[in-house]
Write a protein that binds this ligand. Structure first.
Ligand code: 13P
Length: 251
């Protein structure tokens, strides 16, 4: 079935304001015939608003890299869903591996954040993925099943229409070690089966599942050709307009 295809760039903690605006201008200038593909950028939080203003009415949507699940309150340093919405963001990355492994974000927090996003009309891009050690011990599917099931606890079939999942094996992030298209496709197929068991075939077939982890212009074609890979979440190679555009425009 034809699912929407999403090409997303996670800028992580890179780019000054000027650099962020220059990057988005470069992307906007280079996007031509991308058909029905969706393009999303995730700038650092302080630049979400100026980047959204530049992207309004264009083919590029904006997301935030993280947010808290409460609407407001005494939560120093956090950003609420209301603020994310107000800054013009359509998407939020939830449970990125750096949030889980550097900042100790739990499956429970991921679930609360996903629920808060959906409640506030923000589309969660839920990140899941195994550590190298978990893969080597043969536990990849157990980890993915647990992360997906816990993240989606309480999410309705109707809300699933606004959910995106990103499979990002931790061993492939920022390492230059991309998963082979076959390995990624297998994991995506497994995630889709987990979602099918929870919600049925219709929801599972319609769910966009993105791959992330060392995606570059020279390895996108093989990944993109796979049935279960509905787009990519790009880190390092999304920091230059030219390389991100080469990924977005893959044949
Ligand atoms: P890299 O593309 O730099 O490996 O990062 C992937 C990632 O974490 C995207 O969210």
């Amino acid at each position: 079935m034809a699912r929407c295809e999403i090409f997303a760039g996670n800028w992580k903690m890179y780019k000054t304001r000027q650099e962020a605006l220059d990057l988005v201008r470069g992307i906007l200038a280079g996007i031509s015939d991308i058909g029905g593909r969706e393009v999303v950028v995730f700038p650092p939080s302080p630049w979400a608003l100026p980047v959204s203003e530049l992207c309004r009415g264009t083919k590029v949507s904006v997301g935030i890299q993280n947010m808290y699940f409460e609407q407001e309150g005494a939560f120093t340093g956090e950003v609420s869903p209301l603020m994310v919405k107000d800054a013009g963001c359509r998407y939020v990355l939830i449970g990125h591996s750096e949030r889980r492994h550097v900042f100790g974000e739990t499956d429970e927090a991921v679930n609360k954040k996903a629920a808060a996003a959906l409640k506030n009309g923000i589309e969660p891009m839920i990140c899941v993925g195994e550590l190298l050690d978990e893969r080597e011990k043969g536990n990849t599917n157990d980890v993915l099943k647990r992360q997906v099931e816990k993240a989606l606890a309480g999410v309705t079939a109707e809300q699933m229409k606004k959910v995106v999942v990103a499979y990002e094996p931790v061993w492939a992030i920022g390492t230059g070690k991309v998963a082979t298209p076959e390995t990624a496709d297998e994991a995506h197929d497994f995630i889709r089966r987990v979602v099918k068991d929870l919600y049925g075939a219709g929801t599972a077939d319609a769910l966009p599942i993105l791959y992330g982890g060392s995606v570059k212009p020279d390895n996108i074609a093989g990944l993109h050709a796979k049935e279960n890979i509905d787009g990519v979440l790009v880190g390092g190679a999304s920091l230059k307009a030219e390389s991100f555009l080469n990924i977005i425009c893959v044949k």
